[in-house]
Ligand binder design. Structure first.
Ligand code: G16
Length: 544
């Protein structure tokens, strides 16, 4: 068994984005590309000798070959133990849980999340720290700096080991434990929710649900929990087999990409409850009969009803949402007299609030909801939370949402994405608008008064770190907002995201078509930002 030190040269652009390093698969297939990034990570970690590492991924193309390389590199870099999910699989929230449970130095997750997979799709790698959460900006920047000067990496010269079976294997001085990816996570869920109550709901012949795993990592989890422990009939989980190319799906659980589930949920004999998760299992979409729930509403509703589930029976400490997420959760926090935090986009910003015990629930407009049980958003957890609420309240999804709107008002909400815009054009558009924000406050636009227009900056109230340039926002008091930002998860060109929110307190006006309600704001954003003029795009690529 020889330890090899391999000479290498830096690859440009290995800077992690919103959630790890995401690139076209072909870029990752370049010899040394993955190795450089992993060695850069190991070089900047505070000591790897004898430490435990968690390793897994969402099953996409390159997942297992990358896992084998990382195992050999971990052994060559002195780790004492690696826990790897069988077949190289671990959902992101399950990995977060394992890091915490085993006191690991951290975890490496092989995923490009909701981005398509396969040789022509995307691949990604991210590091989660000892608290189970995505690496903080200080660490990802250190990795990036190191990747620009790297000259060699270390790897053991040994054949692949068998990670297809649960058991323990030695790799040099390091121990590799191949573990069942599901059981620990499923046990955690049993502690957070009332499984007996959900079992009774699912046993009733009259209640039916469908979960779309989109041929990504949550298939085995959902089968074990929904069809196994909760006794839902076989077939409840659709697209349950993780496939290297996700069966051609774009595994992003929203009404556009989960079209198959949406069609089922809108059919005449639709199930009562529908849900979907993404590539690595951290996102979720909840759908009633013909009735998708907006993720921003979902956060607010879970917060308002949290006491009904065992995991939050003692109440909440606070709520956090990312800046572009609608302010529906703020209203709940105010009514419950809870602290409410507004952070930049990216789950990493919630970590310090959760670690400090300042918040219990967090959520994002991008179909992400989570809590203090792990340090990631958690798709299946959110689905179980909703299912447990349905069981506890004896009401369906739509009834629960409408009741919430009646109590708190409705935040009409939509996001328009312009994908694969030429990066220079997108940068100019943002810079141009940023330069004009100063003159907007105090003006009346689209019949509304602008109370604030700025580029969002955040100072973490726990550790004092600050993040600037987190999105342009034009705020019309409590009534409405327009937000523009560039995505940090795309792999081709730039994606411009435009977010619209309009508050409607009057229940008599809660049934209007979302795009129609938001039309004046949509037209105003076009006027202000000039998307059509500057990019030539006449309509968004995706509207959710
Ligand atoms: C990641 C982050 C999320 C973020 C999302 C969208 O999600 O973990 O916190 O909201 O990206 O980012 P952007 O708007 O920059 O594309 P995931 O599910 O891709 O890991």
């Amino acid at each position: 068994m020889t330890l090899r030190t391999v000479a290498t040269r830096p690859f440009p652009g290995q800077r992690p984005g919103t959630s790890g390093l995401r690139k076209k698969t072909a870029e990752f297939e370049q010899p040394g590309y993955l190795e450089n990034f992993v060695q850069s990570l190991f070089d900047v970690l505070p000591g790897t000798a004898g430490k435990t590492l968690i390793l897994g991924g969402d099953g996409r193309y390159l997942n297992t070959s990358a896992a084998q390389i990382i195992l050999r590199m971990a052994a060559a870099n002195g780790f004492g133990r690696v826990l790897v999910g069988r077949g190289g699989l671990l959902s992101t929230p399950a990995a977060s849980h394992l890091i915490r449970r085993h006191g690991a130095l951290g975890g490496i997750l092989l995923s490009a999340s909701h981005n398509p997979g396969g040789p022509d799709g995307d691949f990604g790698i991210k590091f989660n720290a000892a608290n189970g959460g995505p690496a903080a900006e200080a660490l990802t920047e250190a990795i990036y700096r190191r990747s620009g000067e790297i000259a060699e990496y270390r790897i053991l010269d040994v054949p692949d080991i068998d990670i297809g079976r649960v058991g323990t294997v030695r790799l040099g001085a390091m121990q590799v434990e191949v573990i069942d990816p599901v059981s620990d996570y499923a046990n955690l869920m049993e502690r957070l929710f009332d499984f007996e109550r959900m079992r009774a709901l699912l046993r009733r012949g009259s209640f039916c649900m469908r979960f779309d795993a989109m041929n990504a990592v949550t298939g085995p989890y959902a089968r074990a929990i929904l069809e196994g422990r909760l006794g839902a009939p076989a077939g409840t989980v659709m697209n349950g087999e993780p496939l290297p190319d996700f069966g051609g799906h774009h595994p992003d659980p929203n009404p556009v990409h989960a079209a198959e589930l949406m069609a089922i949920m809108s059919s005449r004999d639709a199930p009562d409850f529908g849900a979907a998760s993404d590539g690595d299992g951290d996102r979720n979409m909840i759908v009633g009969r013909g009735f998708p729930v907006s993720p921003s509403d979902s956060l607010a509703i879970l917060a308002a009803n949290a006491k009904l589930v065992p995991g939050h029976a003692d109440g909440l400490k606070g709520i956090a949402r990312s800046m572009p997420t609608s302010r529906a959760a703020d209203r709940v926090a105010a009514a419950m007299d809870l602290p409410c935090f507004e952070t930049p986009t990216g789950w990493k910003y919630f970590g310090s609030l959760l670690d400090a015990g300042r918040v219990s629930l967090c959520g994002e407009e991008s179909y992400g909801t989570g809590a203090s049980h792990v340090r990631e958003k958690d798709g299946l957890w959110a689905v179980l939370f909703w299912l447990d609420l349905v069981a506890a309240r004896g009401e369906g999804v739509e009834a629960i949402v409408r009741d919430h709107w009646r109590r708190f008002g409705r935040h009409y909400y939509s996001r328009h994405d312009y994908e694969e815009v030429e990066a220079g054009q997108a940068g100019r558009l943002m810079a141009d608008l940023r330069g004009r924000l100063g003159g907007l406050a105090g003006r009346r636009l689209a019949g509304l008064d602008v109370t604030l227009a700025d580029d969002f900056a955040y100072r973490d109230p726990v550790d004092g770190s600050s993040s600037e340039g987190q999105g342009l926002r034009i705020v019309f008091g409590e009534t409405a907002r327009i937000v523009l930002r560039l995505s940090g998860t795309g792999t081709a060109g730039a994606t411009i995201r435009v977010y619209f929110e309009l508050y409607e307190p009057d229940p008599a006006r809660h049934d209007r078509p979302v795009q129609e309600v938001l039309a004046p704001l949509i037209a105003l954003a076009e006027d202000l930002a000039g998307i059509r003029r500057l990019t030539g795009r006449t309509r968004p690529s995706v509207v959710t």
